[in-house]
Design a protein. Structure first.
Length: 110
């Protein structure tokens, strides 16, 4: 019985990944990122998919915005430990990620 529910959860995640990444054509970057368990837990991948699907329904964002959102959230998940669910993240994690993002974006002036 537990195996059946796990299979159903995986199939639901698979369908949501397909819905969240539709429209990208041959570019599989976002889909691969959502399936990569070294970057995202299943729970966080599901959260990202549900967020993107809702965003598509509400505001119909550009593909570049969806891609950036998926990349940002996947990096956030990876940087604070993959096992931590987004819902459990508190202010210290967002502050840590903001500092890391700023450090990466600072480029020396040539």
């Amino acid at each position: 019985m537990a195996k059946d529910s796990e299979v159903l959860r995986y199939e639901a995640l698979d369908r949501k990944i397909t819905l969240a990444t539709e429209g990208f054509g041959n570019t599989k970057f976002c889909e691969i990122g959502l399936r990569d368990r070294n970057r995202l837990s299943k729970e966080n991948a599901l959260t990202i998919c549900e967020y993107v699907i809702a965003m598509k329904r509400e505001i119909n964002p550009r593909l570049s915005y969806i891609k950036n959102t998926i990349q940002f959230l996947a990096e956030l998940s990876k940087s604070v430990e993959i096992e931590i669910k987004f819902i459990d993240m508190k202010g210290q994690y967002s502050l840590l990620f903001r500092q890391m993002s700023q450090a990466r974006n600072q480029r020396p002036i040539a």
